[in-house]
Design a protein around this ligand. Structure first.
Ligand code: SME
Length: 173
């Protein structure tokens, strides 16, 4: 993907950019059997496609109700987040996308960067509906994520969940 789309982009331009991102993710993941390589590529494609994504990354389930950061792009993220904490924890707990237009109004939001104004967190499920990770995208713009972003990121996360539970299933995590 050539340049980062600006937040002035229309819904139509956003959709077109997501289509490009999804196509390149599908191509990059084809035959890729390493979890870290796969997840890093997804993060890179997404982060560099949209100018208002200030933090883009995964939190992986590593134990009992616990998430560990990475791979990601952006400023440093909290290393561990429990299922009881923040927006990521809420997404892990409910297995439902959390779209937060104003992080200051989300009780228990983890303020990793003081410039974050809005965020979206999408669960990544295996083909047997096990929670593998969540995808977290944070923006310095208020109300940065629309239903289009939610729909497209959910579609992307189902591609990731399928790859993870098939081609990366034998890889330790
Ligand atoms: N989105 C997180 C916090 C930000 S990260 O550490 C980058 C939350 O769950 O509140």
């Amino acid at each position: 993907v050539s340049h980062r789309l600006t937040s002035a982009a229309s819904e139509q331009e956003r959709r077109a950019r997501y289509r490009e991102v999804r196509a390149s993710v599908v191509a990059l993941l084809e035959g890729e059997d390493d979890l870290i390589s796969g997840l890093s590529s997804v993060v890179s494609e997404l982060h560099n496609a949209f100018g208002w994504f200030q933090w883009t990354g995964f939190y992986r389930v590593i134990g009992d109700r616990l998430l560990a950061v990475g791979p990601y792009q952006g400023g440093h993220g909290c290393l561990r987040i429990s299922f009881d904490e923040g927006v990521c924890g809420a997404a892990a707990r409910t297995r439902e996308t959390q779209r937060v237009p104003d992080v200051e109004r989300f009780p228990g939001h983890i303020a990793c960067s003081s410039t974050t104004r809005s965020e979206i967190v999408v669960p990544v499920l295996s083909h047997t509906a096990q929670l593998l990770a969540v995808l977290d995208v944070d923006s310095d713009l208020p109300d940065a994520f629309s239903e289009v972003d939610q729909h497209e990121l959910e579609a992307l996360c189902s591609v990731v969940g399928l790859a993870w539970s098939t081609q990366w299933a034998t890889v330790s995590r």
